[in-house]
Design a protein around this ligand. Structure first.
Ligand code: MLT
Ligand code: MN
Ligand code: ZN
Length: 307
């Protein structure tokens, strides 16, 4: 086993722990959404993570529709001058609405670098509404898979493919939907600061042997926790889609992430991108106890992780 670093360089802030829709989702009357409306469980915003290697320059991984509120309640991201922000770059890991819609909030002539693979940049440039990000101010930079790059001072990143599917809004009636495409439209992020290694993988259809090998030995993995079980949305009476159909592996069961991660040596395992139906959002749920007993932390808005 590799010696784990004692550096205080790498920090991650969970800006939004929920999947698309958030908790509560505007139109959802499931148990969790009702509990969140009643103040019985903590509401959670949509999928986003802020990371830094030096505590002064931050990168936001995924721009969720809730990004305005996420910036407001995160002092580390507040302006440091009239129009100065401690934000170096924004990186998106796929073209899903919960990961790109917040880019529209980031107009206002604020300079930053927008990082994505060629495939994800194509999705953005085929949607003219994203031209709201003035190219003279926001630089779009294409990242090549498997090539490490400096994402912020003191922080290296490498993008790699993970099995996933094209964004829901690009599915076409009559066309077969592949939910486990391995290419450059769904990626994970490796982050390295001062010898510490973290992975951010908010969407993943299955943990391939390659992917398991890649993350084995990491100090931290933040991973797709969309559903507890594949047919959870049907059981909750809120839809017919399975997790598999959405390109997400479940937490539980023989093919789930709890089982897949069990043989791996990972310092900290944190679930992110949880759908509002996921029972782990309830502190007293047996499913949550089961995940925690397997060494997982359930991510939540505002959670800070320091390596
Ligand atoms: C997903 O993660 O499956 C998507 O965010 C779903 C969606 O776009 O609603
Ligand atoms: Mn999503
Ligand atoms: Zn709900």
């Amino acid at each position: 086993m590799r010696q784990r670093g004692v550096s205080t360089g790498f920090r991650a802030l969970i800006l939004g722990a929920a999947a698309g829709g958030g908790l509560p989702q505007w139109n959802c009357g499931c148990r969790n959404c009702n509990l969140a409306r009643q103040g019985e469980i903590a509401p959670q915003t949509q999928s986003s993570l802020a990371v830094t290697g030096d505590g002064r320059h931050w990168t936001v991984l995924n721009a969720s529709p809730d990004i305005r509120d996420q910036f407001t309640r995160t002092p580390a991201l507040h302006p440091t001058g009239q129009r100065e922000l401690p934000l170096s770059s924004v990186l998106v890991t796929n073209g899903d609405i919960d990961h790109v819609a917040g880019l529209l909030t980031l107009r206002e002539m604020q300079p930053f670098t927008l990082l994505a693979t060629a495939g994800i940049h194509d999705i953005l440039s085929n949607n003219p509404i994203f031209d709201a990000l003035n190219p003279e101010v926001v630089t779009r930079s294409t990242v090549t898979l498997e090539v490490p790059f400096s994402i912020a001072p003191g922080l290296q990143a490498t993008l790699f493919p993970v099995p996933g599917k094209t964004p829901l809004y690009m599915e076409r009636i009559g066309e077969e939907v592949r939910t486990d495409v391995i290419g450059d439209q769904t990626v994970g992020v490796k982050l390295e600061a001062d010898g510490d290694v973290a992975y951010y993988i908010p969407g993943c259809a299955y943990l391939s042997p390659d992917l398991a090998d890649r993350i084995d030995g990491a100090d931290l993995v933040l991973f797709d926790g969309t559903l507890w079980r594949d047919d959870e949305m049907r059981l909750a009476g809120v839809g017919v889609k399975t997790g598999k159909r959405m390109g997400h592996m479940s937490m539980s069961g023989p093919e789930g992430s709890i089982a897949a991660f069990a043989p791996l040596d990972i310092g900290r395992k944190v679930y992110v991108h949880m759908n509002n139906t996921n029972p782990v959002f309830r502190p007293d749920a047996p499913e949550r106890a089961e995940a925690e007993a397997a060494g997982w932390m359930i991510g939540q808005d505002g959670m800070e992780i320091q390596l």
